[in-house]
Design a protein around this ligand. Structure first.
Ligand SMILES: C=C(O[C@@H]1C=C(C(=O)O)C=C[C@H]1O)C(=O)O
Length: 251
């Protein structure tokens, strides 16, 4: 029997449309096993070869020996992303310290890029190791991602949407995560896998019904904040992100 491909995905709501497609597509089912976790864990799993491919932070790319983006379906934002923000009690000018979400790899580096090249501020960055919302106080701000960020959207006076700020810097959308493999995968698998992902739109209403989320309108999130179809503009933005990454203390 052929070895099953080990597939990993972000456990957040934003990945659900792609994952429903993957789980529902029968030609894939005997070819893979799926595990889910938060993004920084997935980057580690890909680095350690515990999985073959993951819907994972694009910040994993420089860390892998042989990275391959294997699908045209991604987690990106053309405009506001809503679920990746810098939360603060004080305006940007007054922030001295930024707590960085331990679950993230792309967005925490994005915040460092924006600090240096858009906001032109020198602050202290602290990488957290566990939940830290309670520590966002006074001049200490924090980057939070995923469902945990959506829940905080009414709780802070100053909220900077990092996809919106990236557009101010570059005029581009932002690519947060892609299906990244740590080795070449069989062409037949890649084709079937891409096909499975392409059905994401069909699952939106079902997900909204199955996963009640009072904090934010999920249908709006899936259709106005997150973009799933990879474009040339997003590929260009990824290259810009990787170039900027060399100019910061990259995590
Ligand atoms: C838009 C998001 O994109 C995520 C952000 C990631 C990161 O910062 O490393 C990784 C995967 C994506 O799920 C989000 O989770 O809110």
């Amino acid at each position: 029997m052929l070895k099953k491909i080990r597939v990993a995905s972000v456990s957040y709501l934003n990945a659900r449309p792609l994952i429903y497609g993957v789980q529902d597509y029968s030609p894939l089912q005997d070819k893979m096993i799926l595990v889910e976790d938060y993004p920084s864990k997935l980057v580690k799993m890909l680095e350690d070869d515990e999985v073959d491919v993951g819907l994972v932070s694009v910040a994993a790319i420089p860390k892998l020996k042989d990275p391959h983006i294997i699908s045209n379906y991604v987690i990106a934002a053309e405009g506001d992303v809503a679920s990746v923000c810098l939360f603060s009690e004080v305006p940007l000018d007054e922030i001295t310290t930024v707590l960085l979400d331990y679950q993230s790899r792309t967005s925490i580096n994005l915040c460092k890029i924006l600090m240096k090249f858009l906001w032109k501020k020198d602050v202290e960055f602290i990488l957290t190791t566990g939940e830290f919302v309670d520590q966002i106080k006074g001049t200490t701000a924090g980057v939070i991602i995923g469902d945990r960020a959506l829940v905080q959207l009414n709780n802070f006076k100053y909220i900077y949407d990092l996809a919106r700020e990236w557009r101010k810097l570059t005029g581009k959308p932002f690519l947060f995560a892609a299906w990244i493999a740590n080795k070449p995968l069989p062409e037949e698998f890649v084709q079937i896998f891409n096909e499975a992902n392409s059905h994401w739109e069909k699952y939106l209403d079902q997900i909204v019904t199955e996963k009640p989320f009072p904090a934010y309108d999920l249908k709006y999130y899936f259709t106005h904040n997150i973009n799933y179809d990879l474009t040339q503009d997003m590929k260009d933005a990824l290259q810009m992100f990787l170039d900027y990454s060399k100019e910061i203390d990259f995590i």
